[in-house]
Design a protein around this ligand. Structure first.
Ligand code: FES
Length: 260
């Protein structure tokens, strides 16, 4: 709006619709998730109810972590680690989502008003984009994508283990199994719909005709990518609900209904 050459319009913008609704709703949704996940990640309690482990606490890498085997998945961090084991792995899903192209748009608009909406000028006088610290770190997104693949793999393993009962016998299923299946399906859909994934799968090719497998994979990822925003929200809700389910079981609010 202040760029040289713009028409001299005194109004801040000419939009007459409720343009503020989307950024306000986005900010409210993200704040709610941040508040809930911070509470749960630092609670260091009620994150395991056999055979379910909260996705916020997996993989369990500290000695003080409870998991499927009653102990950590891999005791990489020894007994000196005294705070919540969720903090160790939080950086990967958090970094993945913070640097995600969609979430960047969401929180730039929702929290920084940069810009608040299309055709609405931002209040800041200077704009350096993502060319300086700290926003230049957004370029790490591709590496967070690789880490997110590993985390999704571990959560898939956790989901497979929900087909056991509390005595670790296979061939069982409870309501929690369905909750975990929905969660992992959403996590994979969100992860594979990533823009970096789309580029890794189909980028830097001159001829799709010579790479039919990559072409088909790229088309598939492209279809998911078109729904990236919806998948970002659905998977955020899914992971919170899976954690809440484990919390309710672990804190004794109700018992997991078992189907067989
Ligand atoms: Fe959103 Fe990669 S662009 S997860």
């Amino acid at each position: 709006m202040r760029a040289p050459g713009r028409a001299a319009i005194t109004a801040a913008h000419l939009r007459t619709d409720r343009w503020w609704l989307a950024p306000a709703g986005t900010a409210a949704g993200l704040l709610a998730f941040v508040a809930y996940s911070t509470w749960r990640a630092f609670a260091n309690a009620d994150y395991y109810a056999s055979p379910y482990v909260s996705p916020f606490y997996s993989p369990c890498l500290a000695h003080n972590c409870q998991s499927m085997r009653g102990g950590p998945n891999a005791d990489l961090f020894g007994s000196w680690w005294g705070i919540s084991p969720a903090v160790i792995i939080l950086v990967f899903p958090l970094g993945f989502r913070l640097t995600c192209y969609y979430y960047r748009k969401a929180y730039y608009r929702g929290f920084w008003a940069s810009p608040p909406a299309c055709a609405v000028a931002e209040p800041h006088r200077k704009y350096s984009g993502e060319t300086r610290f700290p926003l230049i770190l957004q370029n790490l997104h591709r590496y967070f994508f690789y880490a997110a693949l590993l985390v999704a793999g571990v959560l898939t393993y956790d989901t497979a283990l929900t087909f056991r009962d509390e005595h670790h016998a296979w061939g069982h299923m409870g309501l929690g199994t369905l909750v975990f299946l929905a969660n992992i399906a959403l996590i994979w859909a969100y992860t594979l719909s990533c823009h970096s994934c789309r580029h890794i799968v189909g980028g830097q090719l001159k001829h799709f005709s010579r790479h039919p497998v990559r072409y088909r994979a790229w088309r598939l990822v492209g279809r998911l990518n078109a729904r990236h925003m919806q998948l970002a929200w659905a998977s955020l809700l899914g992971v919170a609900l899976a954690d809440l389910y484990v919390f309710l079981l672990a804190s004794g609010v109700f018992d997991d209904p078992r189907f067989f």
